[in-house]
Design a protein around this ligand. Structure first.
Ligand code: KG4
Ligand code: ZN
Length: 338
């Protein structure tokens, strides 16, 4: 048996715990999603998130240990998301991890949530991919990094405005779909024509690499309002080309993500690409990125879909890398929103 790490994640709206052996073999993974609690508000309400984490954290940790048939004393360390995220939510996971580590005398490891998302894309690889390009696309982030190791991500590009996932969520709202919008827009898009509407693809004017999705979101709004920006947004049943809009919007987001990522790989002369975060669940992104990367002799790697959205497998995974390099925290470890 290798080193067993318990991972705990509570940075946003998922309460999660998992046990992973030596950063690779998943022994258990429990995720309590708060989606139903936030859906009526169309987004995450921080106060509701914090309270829900508090109710679920111990049952979720217990369930993860039980599913792995382990006791706390079998663990090598406890890894927990320390930043970034909602402060009241982070504190629930962090306090729990600290308490457990203290009473059982276990090492405590503080994890950066974004580094953990990237790590998830490497857990099934035969060979280490470093150095490589990493694209993190979620509800809060759309960023490119040169990744030299699991713990060395150098930021090279960002979104100027909305994150890609946020754009999916807003377009879902415009089209009268549920929250979170990504999976709903993707489902409707399968019934539409991605070339029906020529939505804009942002390209930075100075030739640099970067993302922007607010113009695209406005273009969708303008389109469904029949070209009259001041008209009210029509009810969903009156938008006759809803599936075409969903498909054309999704195609525009995917084209931007793939174009900029491949440019980054070329600019930095790197052959491997890791794609992670909730939007990495998107089938069109997975297909187009994989195909176009292969066309340029590059390889793109994604986590399994269930480990693209927030989970604790990725926390336990990168937690093992930190633990074995001696990056152990003490009980003064604090949460940080950034
Ligand atoms: O990584 P994640 O679970 O949470 C954050 O850290 O933000 O990502 C959630 C985001 C949401 O915006 C959701 O709409 C988007 O990922 N998402 C998708 C898909 N599944 C989730 N976007 C596009 N296509 C999907 N299939
Ligand atoms: Zn996340």
């Amino acid at each position: 048996m290798g080193d067993l790490i318990l991972g705990i994640e509570s940075s946003c709206d998922e309460t999660a715990a998992a046990v992973v052996e030596s950063g690779r073999r998943v022994l258990s993974s429990e995720v309590h999603s708060q989606i139903a609690e936030h859906a009526v508000y169309g987004g995450v309400v921080p106060e509701i998130a914090g309270r829900s984490h508090l109710e679920k954290i111990l049952p979720v940790v217990d369930a993860a240990l039980e599913a792995a048939d382990l006791d706390l004393d079998d663990l090598a360390a406890i890894a927990v998301t320390q930043r970034p995220g909602l402060i009241g939510s982070l504190l629930v996971g962090l306090s729990t991890a600290k308490g457990l580590a203290f009473v059982r005398g276990l090492p405590l490891v503080g994890v950066h949530h974004i580094e953990a998302h990237v790590y998830a894309a490497t857990m099934a690889l035969e060979e280490p991919p470093w150095p490589c390009i990493a694209l993190v696309v979620s509800g809060g982030h759309t960023s490119l990094y040169v990744a030299r190791s699991p713990l060395e991500l150098e930021p090279i590009a960002n979104t100027l405005d909305d994150a890609a996932g946020e754009a999916f969520d807003k377009v879902a709202w415009i089209l009268g779909l549920g929250y979170p919008g990504g999976p709903e827009v993707a489902r409707l898009a399968t019934e539409g024509d991605p070339q029906a509407v020529a939505f804009p693809r942002h390209r930075p004017k100075d030739g640099s690499i970067g993302f922007s999705f607010s113009g695209l979101k406005t273009a969708v709004l303008y389109h469904v309002r029949g070209g009259d920006a001041l008209a009210p947004t029509p009810p969903p049943e009156e938008i006759s080309d809803r599936a075409d809009v969903a498909a054309s919007f999704e195609a525009a987001v995917v084209d931007s993500l793939v174009d900029q990522t491949l440019r980054a790989a070329r600019d930095h002369d790197l052959e491997r690409i890791l794609v992670a975060g909730g939007v990495a669940c998107n089938s069109r992104l997975r297909e187009v990125m994989t195909e176009r990367a292969a066309g340029e002799g590059l390889a793109a790697h994604f986590p399994a879909p269930e480990w693209c959205t927030d989970n604790a497998v990725m926390i336990a995974g990168i937690g093992w890398e930190l633990w074995r390099t001696g990056a152990v925290a003490d009980l003064s470890l604090d949460a940080s929103p950034r």
